[in-house]
Design a protein. Sequence first.
Length: 180
Amino acid sequence: MAEDATALPRLQGLAPHVAPDTLLLILGSFPGVASLQAQQYYGHPRNQFWRLLSDVFDLPLLGADYGSRLQILRQQQIGLWDVISETQRKGSLDSQIRQPQASDLHTLLATLPALRMIAFNGGTASRMGLMQLGPVAERYKIFQLPSSSPAYTLPYAGKLAAWQQMAPEFFSASQRIDHS
């Protein structure tokens, strides 16, 4: 029997973590239960997001507390948000998302004049995000990445290889920006 979506509470996502000089925006689908409870992006201890970013960009994220992680990302001009701002869902799986409300990506992008790249963390984020962006997506280098979620069972080496495709473009863009 299908879950009655009206019986599920409406869940609110997390606020965007961006700055006007953000070069790379990483968009997930919607935070899982552990992330919502902690009010932290990628808060589940088995989610490989922080490990992937550490390895791809050679950043000291793994031993850092959450506030320091966000500060490091901001210093590196990497932003975070999700393509869904609120929804109903039982558990953490994207397949259980019901009645999603899309995040206002266009308004956010208008506040990010330095943005050059958008990376989608997982298939749901990619499908929904590209649909929301429409032709605006052509303004950016787009990366459709395998999900960092433990529910996505691609071995870490496969995820890392895909995520590493961002590095050359990112470092090239960051060198072109005048930091004076």
